[in-house]
Every structure is written in C-alpha cells, then in structure tokens.
Design a protein around this ligand. Structure first.
Ligand SMILES: [Mg+2]
Length: 279
C-alpha cells in the first residue's frame, strides 16, 4: 500500500449533532403547513420506520424511493407512504441500470442526504437544500460546533504520512472542511486535498489522477469512507483496497475488503497493521 484516500465527514470524525441543525435549516425553508410533516418524516427516517433509508436512492423527479442491487439495477420501489410496487411495475418503470447523480437521482449514502431528500419531497429545489447545507457548514466552522477527536487518529496519520501518500477527498467545500480539519488537529497531515469532489460521479476520475500524479497502481491505493456508493464502490471496481465504515449496518461482508462499525475501529486496525516500526 502506498496511498490512502480518506473521506472527511463520518470518516475522520463521527459527531452527528450537525445533522439536526441541517434538518432545522431545511425545515425553516418549507411552507409552514409542511413543517410538521417534514419533522415527523425526519424522525421516522432516524428511527428506521420510513421507506427512505440510508442505502436507498431517492428519485426526486418521480418522488419514489428505490432500492438497487449491487449492479445498480432497481429491485424494489416504494412510494412515500410505504406502498411497495409489484415486480412487474418496477421492471416497466426502471428497466435500465440507475446512474445516481447529485441533482435528481440522489443516493442516500449517509445522513447528509436525509434532510435534503425530505426537503425535496416537500417542494424545495436543489438550490434551496444546498443553501441549507452551506449554512450548516458555516455553523460547523464556528466555535459553537464542538467536535470530538477520535483517540489516536491524528497521531496515526502523522506517523503514516512519513511512509504513505495521504489524500483527503470530500464533497464539501474548502473553507469549512479546512476549519474542521483544524478542529481535528489534521491540518498538516494530507499531501493532497480534493474538495467538492463530486463523489460518486467523479470518484474514479480522481483516483485515476492520483495514480498518474503519485505513480502508483490502483491496487496500491486504499480508500476509506462511510458512504458506500461514493467512497467504496467506485474504488473497489478499479481494484483499490477498501475500508467501509458502516454505522447503519446496511452493508455485508462483501461490501468492502474490511467493514467496520465506527471510526475508532479503522484507526485501531491501521495502527496494528502499519503503526510505529511496521515499515
Ligand atoms: Mg462521509
């Protein structure tokens, strides 16, 4: 292994209280009469009793919730009220492989996508949910957002950077991501930082650039992330090594080379394998 590519949110820290802040920013952009419904849906998703789940795909144009198989074909379709479509109807409506994007075919790969998908359902535009996202990132930069550092993470990366090329690859913009890295004590550990990476659409493109720039093969790259479709699947397809952080337990043993439940687990794993004097 010569390169490790890290996602940021949910990978280098695991605080989650900003998602409630994000949901509130979305909620206040809704028409008054929709807000209670939004809040009830948000709670139901967190509780696991809503058809929209982490791991599903939201077709915003059709207002349908899709479950895909490993090859990207739709195997189940749910309406917002939980009504499940027949196999025949699914086949007729979605005969082709689904290409997720960042506008209308939204991969609910982590908690970031829950408030925005709900907001879209209740009539917000992509632009409005993105504005709420940016407000949330501004909050995260402020001293009001306190973050918990994962024990040993900063020390491990400081050590690893002497032997490996470390890359940060996040969909978030630069200013807030840098502020978060600062809070985590990770400002100076990465050799390369890719912001607004447009994962999953551009994940493979970035990995290819890394290969060319650093002069390594895909097999010598490891990708670590908590969003399977963004961070793991495209890397795995190219032959990279993968560690999938799966706090919602939506994956299987085959989801990645290694599947862990939280940030601390991958830190321990890499520390045992590559920590002090293992090079
Ligand atoms: Mg993430």
């Amino acid at each position: 292994m010569k390169v490790i590519v890290f996602d940021l949110d949910g990978t280098l820290y695991e605080d989650t209280h900003h998602f409630d802040y994000y949901a509130k920013r979305i909620e206040e952009k809704l028409r008054e009469e929709k807000r209670t419904f939004f809040r009830k849906d948000y709670e139901a998703v967190l509780f696991g009793t809503h058809p929209l789940k982490i791991g599903s795909v939201y077709d915003a144009e059709e207002d349908l919730i899709l479950l895909l198989d490993g090859d990207g074909f739709v195997h189940s379709v749910y309406e917002w009220n939980g009504n499940k479509w027949s196999d025949d109807d699914v086949q007729t409506k979605y005969p082709e492989r689904i290409a997720v994007d960042l506008d209308n075919m939204l991969s609910i790969g982590d908690l970031w996508w829950v408030p925005s998908a709900l907001g879209r359902h209740y009539g917000l535009t992509n632009k409005e949910t993105y504005a709420a996202f940016l407000e949330t990132r501004t909050f995260m930069m402020s001293p009001h957002f306190t973050m918990e550092r994962t024990a040993g993470l900063a020390e491990l990366l400081t050590q690893l950077r002497q032997h490996l090329f470390l890359v940060l690859m996040t969909n978030s913009p630069r200013p807030d991501s840098e502020a978060i890295l600062e809070k985590l004590g990770l400002s100076n550990v990465f050799h390369k930082k890719i912001f607004q990476a447009k994962k999953p659409v551009d994940t493979a493109k970035h990995l290819k650039t890394i290969c060319l720039e650093v002069g390594v093969r895909y097999e010598e790259i490891m990708s670590i992330g908590d969003n399977w479709r963004n961070d793991i699947f495209p890397a795995k397809q190219l032959g990279c090594q993968t560690i999938y952080i799966d706090p919602h337990q939506i994956g299987t043993n085959e989801s990645a080379d290694v599947v862990v439940r939280n940030v601390g687990e991958w830190v321990n794993l890499l520390r045992n394998k590559y920590g002090v004097s293992k090079f």
